[in-house]
Design a protein around this ligand. Sequence first.
Ligand SMILES: Cc1cc2nc3c(=O)[nH]c(=O)nc-3n(C[C@H](O)[C@H](O)[C@H](O)COP(=O)(O)OP(=O)(O)OC[C@H]3O[C@@H](n4cnc5c(N)ncnc54)[C@H](O)[C@@H]3O)c2cc1C
Length: 468
Amino acid sequence: MQHVAVLGGSIAGLAAVRALRSFGVRVTLVEPDDLGGGQGDGRKGVPQSGQLHALLDMGRTQAERWFPGLTDELVGHGAVLGSGSEIQLFAGGTRKVAVPGNELIGTTRRLLEQRVRRRTLADEHVTVVRARACGLRFEGGRVTGVLHQGADGGPESCLPVDAVVDAMGRSSRLTSWLRDGGWPEPPVDRMRIDLGYATGLFRRGPELPGVRVAHQLPVAVGTLDRQPDTGAMAAVEGDRWMVVIAAYADRRLTRDRDAFLRRMCEMEAEPFGVVARRCELLGEVETYTMAHSMRRNWSRTERLPGGLFVVGDAVASFNPVYGQGMTSAFLHASCLAAYLRKGSDLTAPAVGYFEHVRVVVDAAWKVSTLADLAQPHVTGPYPPGYRISKALSDRMGEASVTDAWVNERFLDVVNMRRHPAALETPHFWWRVGKALLARRTPGTYGAARARRAGPGGRCLRAPRRPEI
Ligand SMILES: Cc1cc2nc3c(=O)[nH]c(=O)nc-3n(C[C@H](O)[C@H](O)[C@H](O)COP(=O)(O)OP(=O)(O)OC[C@H]3O[C@@H](n4cnc5c(N)ncnc54)[C@H](O)[C@@H]3O)c2cc1C
C-alpha cells in the first residue's frame, strides 16, 4: 500500500482522504486541532466555521459521491432540504422566478463537517496525527517526507510518505516550503474585495411559511445610492435560521447585535426584516473579514516536485458570497480520483491533476470576479473584454428575474453544475433577448419596474421598514 499524508482535516482534506482511499492508498491525516470534538464546537483551524455556508447543488452531488447518503444523514440530524419555491432568490427587493427542482440543503457548516469527518475517520486505513505540518522533505525530485511538530509544540519529526496533499486552507505555507526546497512558486492572482461577513442564529418558528432559503443578491451597481449588501438565510438544524449579511469596505458590520438587526431590516428582501423583527437572536453575532480573493496557478508552475497535490482553499479561495469553496473542494477530490483512475503514478509530478483542477478553478474564478468587479470599491485587475462581459452579465441577470428558463441556466452556472461557457450559445442569448423584450412590453412586470425608476433609471429605494 502506498502512503499519502493529507495535511489539514477540514472539508477539502477529508474529501481528498476519501478519494485516495477509494484507490486503496493508506492515508495519514495531519491536523493540529482535536478532531474528536462534537457538533457545535468551533475549532481554531477553521475560524469561518460559524458563518453561514451554502453547499451548492454540484457540491452536494459531489459530496454524495464521496459520502453516499450524506443528505439524508444531515436531514436526520435536523438539517433542512429546501426545493423549488421554498428557495427564494431576490435581485434587490424583487423576488426572482422560482426554478422547480432546484434544491439547497440548510445546515450549519459545523454539522456538515462533523458528519463528513465521522465517516472519513471511521476507516481503519486512515490514521490521524495531531500535529502541525511545518515543512516537506524533498529527495530525488519528489516529496518523501512531512516535517511536523506536536500541536502544543515539542520536537519536530518526519513522517515518510510517497505523496502529500496540501489541504491547509488559504493560509497554507506550502509555497514557502517549496521555495526553501529550491522549487519555484506558482504564480498567484489576487483581487481585493474588502469583504465583511456577519452571521447570526435565530430561533425559527412559523413566521415564514413555505420559505427555507432566502438570498438577496446585490442589485446591479448604478441603481443604488450606496454599496449593495448581500444577504442569505437558511433554515438549519435545531429549528434555527442562520442569517448572514455580507457587506463591503466601510459598510462591514461588527459584532454589534443591534446594528446587525437594523441592517437586516434595511435589506430589500422581506424575509430578512421578518426574521429580525419576529425571531429571537441566539448568542453572539460572529464576524469574519476577507481582504482578497486569491488563486494559486499550479498548472502554470515552471517545475513541480513529484508526489505533490493541493486541494481546496489552498488552491483558490474566492469571495464566499458565491458559496463556491466547499463545492470546489469536493470537485478537487473528484479531480484527484480522475487523475488516479488513469493509472497515474502518485510519486510523479501531478501535471495532469493540476490541469483538471485548473478547469474547476477558472470557472469559479470567472463567476466570482466578474460579479466582484461590478462593486464600486473593487478596482481590478480587469480581464480582457470585461466591459462586454459585464454588459452581457447585467442583461442576463435582468432576464433571469422573470424568465424561469433563463434563471435555470443561470443557476446551473451559479451552482457549478455547468461551466460558464455553457451560457455562450446563440440560443441562450436569443432567450435572454426574448425575456427582456417581454419585461419591457407595457403592462408587464418590466414596465412596472421602469415606472418605479427615477431619472436615469435609478431605482427608488423601497420604503424603509420601522427601525427596531
Ligand atoms: C466567511 C466565509 C464564508 C464561507 N462561506 C462558504 C459557503 O457559503 N459555501 C462554501 O462552499 N464555502 C464557503 N466558504 C469557504 C469554505 O469555508 C472553504 O472552502 C472550505 O472550508 C474548504 O476549505 P479547506 O478545507 O480547503 O480549508 P479550511 O476549511 O480553511 O481548513 C484548513 C485546515 O487545515 C488545517 N491546518 C492549517 N495549518 C495546518 C498545518 N500547518 N498543518 C496541518 N493542518 C493545518 C486547519 O486546522 C484546518 O483544519 C466560506 C469561507 C469563509 C471564510
